[in-house]
Design a protein around this ligand. Structure first.
Ligand code: GLU
Length: 313
């Protein structure tokens, strides 16, 4: 374990991270990597990394905490924050903020609800957010990459074209969602262009350290790493609230029960979590449960909040 910057103030997270890593190492059940994106299926489910970033940018980590992995749906938090920072409340006319109770790539609810997705973290909702970011900037994924590079301090953070291509080749369901919403007028970017942006967005390779740092604005009540405001305090609270209620697929209730923090998972096996005012976390282990959340990742966050007493409750 090591840290990126000199540590100035308590608490020191190193002992707790060491203990969690030892416990995870002794746990045989790791789940299975996502296999619907063939390149992700090759990941080793025994890998495990965890990082904690404090609001001043101090980062602690254990295991594979500096190893890049496929961020996937974790990027949906950053596109949402960017759109809210530019467009405010208007986004909520096009996407809801209720848990869906359905799998992340489900088509069923969209028809009942006239092409308005339940929340920004299911795939349909994320496609609407990326569409809006594209409308606002003309380069949704360029803006996302620039933001994540600036916040993480990692100028090399980038898309993985192989993962994006792997997903494009198996992207029929996301294409169906996008076309279906376009039929209701809820998508304006040409669908091939939107899907290309969305798959590149999901393919971003980042480490636990990168993602814990990039999410830091959510612990700093909307303030970016350079001290400028991305979101108002109220908007940062709103993003954290949507993460708590909708951030971990249709297991958000169980995640809130076990972990007690706003979180967002991705099928690459990463999960970010926020303790507002205190720190951000990112954990990675590619073996998933049947809902799509990292088995070791949820366990590690559960242990973190239990051992430290830090949670939003
Ligand atoms: N790129 C993945 C998809 O659209 C993201 C899924 C996820 O991480 O939840 O299916």
């Amino acid at each position: 374990m090591s840290r990126l910057a000199p540590h100035r103030s308590a608490p020191d997270f190193r002992p707790v991270l060491d203990r969690i890593a030892a416990e995870i190492d002794a746990t045989p059940e790791r789940g299975r990597p996502a296999d619907y994106i063939p390149l992700l299926a090759e990941a080793d489910p025994r890998r495990f990394g965890m990082a904690v970033a404090e609001p001043d940018g101090t980062v602690y980590g254990v295991g594979d905490w500096r190893r890049p992995f496929s961020a996937q749906s974790i990027t949906k938090v950053f596109t949402l924050a960017l759109v809210l920072s530019m467009d405010g409340e208007r986004l909520w006319r096009r996407v809801g903020r209720e848990p869906s109770g359905n799998p992340f790539n489900s088509l069923v609810q969209l028809e009942y609800e006239n092409g308005v997705p339940r929340n920004p973290f299911i795939n349909a909702g994320a496609l609407v957010v990326t569409d809006r970011l594209q409308e606002l900037t003309g380069d949704a994924v360029g803006r996302l990459r620039e933001f994540m590079r600036a916040e993480s301090g990692n100028a090399g953070l980038d898309f993985d074209p192989k993962v994006a291509a792997s997903e494009t080749a198996h992207g029929d369901r996301n294409a169906a969602l996008a076309h279906f919403m376009a039929s209701y007028g809820n998508i304006t970017t040409p669908i091939p262009q939107l899907l290309d942006a969305y798959f590149r967005q999901c393919s971003i390779e980042a480490s636990c350290a990168d993602l814990a740092l990039a999410a830091g604005f959510l612990a700093r009540h909307g303030t970016r790493a350079d001290g400028s405001a991305l979101l108002s305090r109220s908007q940062a609270k709103q993003v954290n609230a949507v993460m708590l209620t909708c951030g971990t697929y249709d297991a958000a209730g169980d995640f809130a029960y076990r972990v007690g923090l706003p979180g967002k998972s991705g099928v690459g096996g990463g999960i970010i979590a926020v303790v507002p005012g205190h720190c951000t976390l990112c954990v990675w282990s590619p073996g998933l449960d049947r809902r799509g959340n990292s088995v070791a990742g949820v366990t590690a966050l559960d242990r973190f909040t239990t051992l430290t007493g830090l949670s939003v409750f």
